[in-house]
Ligand binder design. Structure first.
Ligand code: ZN
Length: 150
């Protein structure tokens, strides 16, 4: 079996997602669907969280915020291009903060690392893609944001 970076094989891609990230990613169930991040929303004050929270730090209501699918589009708040990568990662790659429609600013790898193509406030879209390789050289997948224009 060959492994590539595409998300077309949605039936098996879940097997390659980093186990630490798996609880936070809702994979598409058909090719027409898009992946989403799983966050939570406080039923009392309406605040959203990513990752999930066991209690709302905004209103401290004694009730667990409910799981929600977050929007899979966002805007680039800021970014950094990593040129000296830790073991398993291929440099250069970019990381950044992405503003989601729910008012969340989340940290995420970016699919583009050409600074000529990254613009603050540009529209981004969530994808599931290769993040790194494990000790055996196998691809490990996770979520990333890519420019909508790509
Ligand atoms: Zn709350």
């Amino acid at each position: 079996m060959t492994r590539d970076n595409s998300v077309s094989r949605v039936d098996t891609i879940g097997d390659f997602i980093d186990p630490k990230l798996r609880p936070f990613i809702k994979l598409p169930e058909s090719p027409s669907e898009k992946p989403h991040l799983i966050g939570s929303k406080c039923s009392s004050c309406g605040e959203y969280f990513f990752p999930r929270r066991a209690i709302c730090p905004n209103c401290l209501k004694d009730e667990m915020p409910e799981d929600v699918l977050l929007g899979n589009k966002g805007k680039l708040y800021t970014y950094c291009i990593v040129k000296a990568a830790p073991l398993g990662f291929n440099a250069p790659y970019a990381i950044g903060y992405v503003d989601l429609p729910e008012g969340l600013r989340i940290f995420s790898p970016l699919a583009e690392c050409d600074k000529e193509k990254l613009k603050i406030n540009m529209d981004l879209e969530l994808i599931v893609d290769k993040i790194r390789e494990d000790e055996a050289g196998q691809a490990v997948y996770g979520y990333k944001f890519k420019p909508v224009s790509l």
